[in-house]
Design a protein around this ligand. Structure first.
Ligand SMILES: [Zn+2]
Length: 408
């Protein structure tokens, strides 16, 4: 337990967080390598650690298998203070790869604490956030009865295709939830908006032939070249019609991968050429319209050469735009101000989070706010300020109590 003296006004709200326990638990999670890698992903070790912690507190978590070795953890903490809404906290247990270990100054799975910084893959993104939400809700529970219910979602595969979040919605884990706090690292910003993302593959289908007789085939490469130029134009149009969002910046239409032919067969015109596109959109950009536009543009780029175009939507995540006046946002603004002593900045998430899926598939307002820097995720020497874990736990506890009291 934390010394009550140092908490000032915060103790008057009756929130005492086991801050050292929270840091220890975050460290335990960092030591468990839960990397998202095709065919080998497993959060099992971390899942076990979270379940053990919860059961030690008398909670009764439900495990829902999403894929072999990968289970979502869902638990309801009922306040016992009368009926009220359901507020959810969410975090993911998988991490991205450490990459080239020789680039790291610290063991990516050592959870070393040096000058107040806790280092390791997943420290900021987002094992600190998971620890903070767990210890925050525990402190809230110990502080006495509250209205309604807090639901905790500790999910798998956020860094992959967000299978955990999709499965959570499909299996009813968001039913009845009126707001979700996603505990991803955002550098002390409260983020009610997130960029959207569309991932597309465009295949140009021609006809293979000998390079000496191009007139006997249909080369898909010039079509792809024309299409690339058109994409730049599409980006320019979207940027000028939707402007620069104050928290998210402009919309980007970025070609990322080209696949066509092979270098050892440079005397052959390939049958197909494929282009992958990563679109990052601001609120207001209509994804369906954008996809239609890509289809017609690709088709007309191919037609002069008799090359067909085929567009595959690999993923489609719309932007999130939760009102800054939604209680799930204002409860965090107030709690942050109470704990830190100054108003937090409102911000935006440049990528997508599990919250994107909750808003898209369950229509629930989501907000992103969690310990750790906004730009440190996925980098070498990833770290989180150890003291921020307990601070966020306190903020979560105060915000949740406030949200449930106001809405009851
Ligand atoms: Zn994350």
């Amino acid at each position: 337990m934390v010394d009550g003296e140092s908490q000032g006004g915060v103790t008057s709200l009756g929130v005492l967080v086991d801050e050292q326990g929270a840091v220890r638990f975050a460290s335990d999670l960092i030591r468990l390598r839960t990397v998202d890698e095709p065919g080998r992903s497993s959060e099992e070790g971390a899942t076990r650690a979270v379940v053990e912690l919860m059961e030690g507190w008398g909670w009764r978590p439900t495990l829902v298998e999403v894929a072999p070795g990968r289970s979502n953890i869902i638990v309801d903490v009922v306040g016992g203070g009368g009926p009220g809404p359901v507020l959810a906290f969410e975090g993911h247990l998988d991490v991205v790869t450490e990459g080239d270990v020789s680039q790291w100054t610290f063991d990516p799975y050592g959870a070393q604490e040096i000058e107040g910084r806790l280092y390791g893959r997943g420290s900021a993104d987002m094992k600190a956030g998971v620890a903070a939400m767990l210890f925050g809700v525990r402190a809230m529970e110990l502080a006495g009865p509250f209205h309604g219910t807090v639901r905790i979602l500790a999910l798998v595969d956020e860094e992959g295709m967000m299978l955990g979040a999709k499965h959570a919605v499909a299996s009813g884990a968001l039913d009845g939830v009126t707001g979700v706090i996603v505990c991803e690292p955002e550098g002390d910003e409260v983020c009610p908006v997130s960029k959207g993302a569309v991932r597309l593959r465009v295949d140009f289908i021609g006809h293979m032939t000998h390079g000496a007789m191009p007139e006997r085939g249909r080369n898909p490469l010039p079509a792809l070249g024309r299409f690339l130029g058109e994409l730049e134009e599409l980006q320019r149009e979207l940027q000028s019609s939707h402007g620069v969002h104050p928290h998210l910046g402009p919309t980007y239409v970025t070609p990322t991968v080209i696949e066509a032919g092979t270098a050892v067969q440079m005397n052959t015109i390939p049958a197909t050429a494929s282009l992958y596109i990563d679109v990052r959109s601001v609120p207001g950009v209509d994804h369906e319209e954008l996809i239609e536009r890509v289809i017609t543009t690709a088709t007309s780029a191919g037609s002069p050469d008799g090359v067909a175009a085929q567009v595959t939507v690999i993923d489609n995540r719309p932007p999130v735009e939760t009102s800054p006046d939604d209680p799930v946002v204002t409860c965090l603004l107030d709690a942050h101000a109470a704990v830190v002593g100054e108003q937090p900045r409102l911000g935006g998430v440049p990528g997508t989070t599990d919250g994107t899926i909750f808003t898209r598939d369950a229509g629930v307002p989501t907000v992103v706010y969690g310990p750790g820097g906004k730009w440190i995720a996925h980098q070498v020497d990833e770290y989180v300020e150890a003291a921020s874990i307990g601070r966020y736990a306190r903020t979560y506890a105060i915000a949740a109590r406030d949200y449930l009291t106001r809405a009851s």
